[in-house]
Design a protein around this ligand. Structure first.
Ligand code: UT7
Length: 339
């Protein structure tokens, strides 16, 4: 028994913010952003669009791709929830007409898609579900300080979704073994300090008045994160390849979390994977956290580069710190290009 990929879809909010747009208000340049990150433009939510709105659009596309209108469970990975409480997954299930199915959120920042795949596969393995709609959805730009040039250019919003069904381990689309890990001793390298219980319980009360504005925004130490990302994505990818009994030569596509094109290329170099087998779409979307890997899979499948039978290595790293990898043989499913 295995969890098998049966459908995929993605959604990006329509508002495009280019590097030139950012350079108008920030001390930065198109050249710096492109050469240091690989990003040219990103999509940004506006007008009250929420994480749930993005999730519903991507989820509907994944259901269409799978040719189903019912699932047993809905899981949403997000680090930019539309509310602190409750989880958005039940509302997404309801808005998609999926009824009173099992539904919950999980939070694992940029590795959210890998953790969510493993959790969804676990629902299937436990017998709790035969089919799962799993969505990575992020409106993370709402947590980024528009005045901070070290973070504002990097992130983008969007959602990517997959449908998983119960199947056999040797069929195309079966998720392989997983490698998952974390290092909470480095949690402060990427964090939003305010809004949670630590801040809300401070000073004997909610203490909102005492919270500096910048605490409501993301704080990130880019350089050490960069090193951690390369190290852990490489080690995790190697671990999962070993567990799956694949060699690097078996990998047709490396689909790594799009945090920085230099990170993805450095990992590929460590793995000795040639550049033409490394998938990249960060130039158009930036870092979309848990939506990054499914949006990239959808992109390369929709343009016909990723074909049925191709062997795919997925790997991601993010805040927490947390990381994860898995492998699969690409199944014969429909992917439609995202707007
Ligand atoms: O999603 C998973 C978690 N996140 C990550 O994995 C992010 C990992 N880190 C990175 O991708 C990179 O560290 C960044 C893209 C964030 C930064 O690139 P970098 O090459 O590490 O630059 P840096 O932070 O070392 O800064 C180099 C210089 C500094 O100037 P000085 O001190 O050398 O004079 C910065 O002040 O670039 C300056 N700088 C900028 N200049 C123009 C920083 N941001 C900008 C900017 N425009 N936007």
């Amino acid at each position: 028994m295995a969890a098998v990929l049966a459908g995929i879809g993605g959604f990006l909010p329509p508002r495009v913010v280019t590097n030139e747009d950012l350079s108008a208000t920030l001390d930065t340049s198109d050249e710096w952003i492109r050469t240091r990150t690989g990003i040219s433009e990103r999509r940004v939510v506006s007008g009250g669009t929420s994480t749930g709105d993005l999730a519903v659009q991507a989820g509907a596309r994944a259901l269409r791709s799978a040719g189903v209108d019912a699932v047993d469970a809905v899981v949403v990975a997000t680090t930019s929830p539309e509310r602190l409480c409750p989880a958005v997954a039940p509302e997404v299930a309801s808005r998609l007409g999926l009824g009173q199915v099992a539904a919950f959120d999980l939070t694992s920042a940029c590795s959210g898609f890998l953790y969510g795949l493993a959790a969804s596969a676990g629902l299937i393995a436990s017998g709790a579900a035969d089919t799962v709609l799993f969505i990575g959805a992020e409106a993370f730009t709402t947590l980024v300080n528009p005045q901070d040039r070290s973070t504002a250019p990097i992130f983008g919003d969007g959602a990517g979704a997959v449908v998983l069904r119960r199947g056999e381990p040797d069929e195309p689309g079966a998720l392989g073994p997983f490698d998952l890990g974390s290092d909470g001793s480095l949690a402060d390298l990427l964090a939003v300090p305010a809004g949670g219980s630590r801040q809300r319980s401070a000073d004997g009360g909610l203490g909102h008045g005492a919270v500096p504005t910048e605490d409501w925004y993301l704080r990130m130490e880019g350089r050490p994160l960069y090193q951690q990302a390369v190290e852990h994505m490489t080690q995790s990818a190697q671990a999962v390849l070993k567990h799956a009994d694949w060699s690097v030569a078996d990998v047709d596509w490396f689909v790594g979390h799009q945090a920085n094109v230099r990170i993805v290329r450095a990992v590929a170099e460590e793995l000795e994977l040639p550049e033409e087998r490394v998938a990249v779409n960060i130039d158009r979307v930036g870092n979309t956290l848990s939506a990054s890997v499914p949006l990239l899979l959808n992109d390369i499948a929709a343009r016909g580069d990723l074909r049925p039978g191709d062997r795919v290595l997925l790997s991601a790293f993010g805040a927490g710190l947390s990381w994860g990898s898995t492998v699969l043989v690409w199944p014969d499913i429909t992917a439609v290009a995202v707007n």
